[in-house]
Design a protein around this ligand. Structure first.
Ligand code: 13P
Length: 257
């Protein structure tokens, strides 16, 4: 059985005192049930890079995992403003979001760059959360599957079959991000099924069954149950609703079947 992954992407929000309060709030809500929840789901928060040390401290002793929102593919060097895998790992970061649509569209990240980051994360035994998703125009033009499967294939280039199941795929339709327009569970299932189909073709049934494909885009405490209880939707990548302890805790407790 695939474990669900419920991840909060804090994007560029919060200062240290707020971040600590948010983690404390989430822990207050879920720590007592942590053992039960941990049976079928992983919980992760991905704060802005500068907040990682404070959040790592606030998470001490908790089963909540720590993720980064981005990283460079080199370990070190003249890359002003960037963070590397070893730097993140020094603070206990185990997961990294790669190729988020905001990185693709605002910062012009290409599939090739994203692929390098995926490979770097795997090289360092981190879990890349590879984001794919079509824009509104691509969606309207009936090109969603083409776009998503193309991003998937290019993002996973050179990833060995044994490592494919370490990657988590996040389907985040761009038109659903921050808009309040969640994809319906039916819409998401079609894409998730196609992603799993592509993995199956690439490296067989066993691995296709093991890879986690999560959904992101306006997930909130009302929509989460109907999404993550679908067989092919293995969790959620949550933006806005992950910034409030009570709503994120409610999302973490989602009904998963
Ligand atoms: P929202 O949940 O705010 O739509 O953001 C989704 C997202 O981009 C998560 O990575």
């Amino acid at each position: 059985m695939r474990k669900k992954l419920i991840a909060g992407n804090w994007k560029m929000h919060l200062v240290p005192v707020e971040a600590r309060a948010l983690v404390e709030g989430i822990r207050h809500e879920i720590d007592r049930d942590a053992a039960t929840l941990a049976k079928d789901r992983d919980v992760l928060v991905a704060p802005p890079g500068i907040l990682i040390p404070a959040v790592a401290q606030a998470l001490a002793g908790s089963s909540i995992l720590l993720g980064a929102q981005n990283m460079h593919y080199e370990d070190k060097g003249a890359f002003t403003g960037e963070l590397s895998a070893p730097m993140l790992q020094a603070y206990g970061v185990t997961h990294v979001i790669v190729g988020h649509s905001e990185r693709r569209h605002i910062f012009h990240e290409t599939d090739e760059l994203i692929n390098r980051k995926v490979l770097a994360a795997l090289h360092h035994r981190m879990t890349p959360i590879l984001c794919v998703g079509e824009t509104q125009d691509e969606h309207d033009g009936g090109r969603a599957l083409d776009i998503v499967l193309g991003q998937l294939q290019r993002g996973l280039k050179g990833v060995g079959d044994d490592h494919v199941t370490t990657v988590a795929i996040a389907y985040e339709p761009v038109w659903a991000i921050g808009t309040g327009r969640t994809a319906t569970p039916e819409q998401a299932e079609v894409i998730h099924g196609a992603i799993r189909g592509a993995i199956l073709e690439r490296c067989g049934r066993e691995r296709a069954d093991a890879v986690r494909i999560i959904y992101g885009g306006s997930v909130n405490d009302e929509s989460v149950d109907s999404l993550v209880s679908r067989p092919d939707i293995d969790g959620a990548l949550v933006g806005g609703a992950s910034l409030k302890a009570d709503s994120f805790a409610r999302i973490v407790r989602a009904r998963t079947r």
